[in-house]
Design a protein around this ligand. Sequence first.
Ligand SMILES: Nc1ncnc2c1ncn2[C@@H]1O[C@H](COP(=O)(O)OP(=O)(O)OP(=O)(O)O)[C@@H](O)[C@H]1O
Ligand SMILES: [Mg+2]
Length: 234
Amino acid sequence: MLEIKDLCVSYGAIEAVKGISLTVNDGEIVSLIGANGAGKTTTLHTITGLVPAKSGSIVYDGHDLLKTHANKIVTLGMAHVPEGRHVFTRMTVQENLEMGAFSLKDQSGMTKDLDMVFDYFPRLKERRRQLAGTLSGGEQQMVAMGRALMSHPKTILMDEPSMGLSPLLVKEIFNIIVTLRKEGITVLLVEQNAKMALSIADRAYVLETGRITMEGKASDLLHDEKVRKAYLGA
Ligand SMILES: Nc1ncnc2c1ncn2[C@@H]1O[C@H](COP(=O)(O)OP(=O)(O)OP(=O)(O)O)[C@@H](O)[C@H]1O
Ligand SMILES: [Mg+2]
């Protein structure tokens, strides 16, 4: 379980996150939706130790993440699929995936893990020797997700996986997120695509300029008048 309490994060004078509390229970897909600059990425970066918190707490399976080094957080079973994918463009698909593996020494484990990723993303198998920089945006998203899966995470934090993808590819990526949940992986999904995010999530939080303004069952938020007006273009 991931539990954030009263989290505040600032960049100098800019208060990006202003006292948010949220919980992600094991086995859930929880969405964090909100407009540009709401503080979504900042929240994820604070969870994974890339940005320091000003105050508040983040506890994951009993570990105080604010006192845990970013490198160590991965070993607790938390993987991060960053906004913009950040694949290693001059490395092949396979090399990118191998970078996500726990131990680069265990070759038999590596082969098994690559096969697991290729089961999720057959398209990557065909392109395993292709340089990641030459992949389409959707394929790069698959590499970023595959790389995260290589560490056998219990929880995956995803930052706008749908960004820049065609509706068909968005569906494909979201179907895989649902499959991950079926296999017991917990997902914290940050999205601007509120409609898609709410349609697959169990629960959701709405973040507005650093504050959580709404929370609840995703299906309820999907039908909420305020959410529809602000985020679903209804
Ligand atoms: N490194 C930084 N230095 C200074 N300010 C920053 C930094 N990163 C983010 N911010 C500011 O913090 C606020 C929240 O940014 P954040 O990236 O968390 O938003 P977001 O919800 O992820 O937005 P988007 O949907 O556009 O990705 C914004 O006002 C942004 O300008
Ligand atoms: Mg962001």
